[in-house]
Design a protein around this ligand. Structure first.
Ligand SMILES: [Ca+2]
Length: 112
């Protein structure tokens, strides 16, 4: 096998693996709402590792729809500052962050 054939085989293998990886990747999507009880302005986004929330909902979230996933929400970007698991931790109700004194602070999220 000459080197250009070897290169072609490697390229195809890399592209195939990348594609395979994309197919098995299982994204966790959540929706943050500006108001309590999943009301008002909202942003739905993929939580893939530690993810900063979209700037439009930064420091605004008052409730969340985790779409059945367990997520950790943090008060600062890059999953720093105070973090609370949903469900779990002090946020036991997805609909009311105020009850956990966690209103209008969420800046990042990560899977549990
Ligand atoms: Ca809010």
């Amino acid at each position: 096998m000459n080197s250009s054939k070897l290169f072609a085989v490697l390229l195809v293998t890399v592209l195939y693996c990348k594609n395979l990886n994309a197919q098995v990747k299982d994204g966790t999507y959540i929706t943050l709402y500006d108001d309590q009880w999943q009301q008002g302005y909202s942003e739905t986004f993929e939580v893939n590792g530690c993810t900063n929330v979209p700037p439009q909902i930064d420091d605004r979230a008052s409730s969340v729809d985790t779409q059945g996933n367990c997520v950790v929400l943090c008060a600062d970007s890059f999953c720093e500052g105070r973090c609370e698991g949903v469900p779990g931790s002090s946020i036991t109700d997805h609909g009311n962050f105020e009850a956990a004194s966690f209103n209008d602070v969420v800046s990042s999220a990560k899977p549990c």
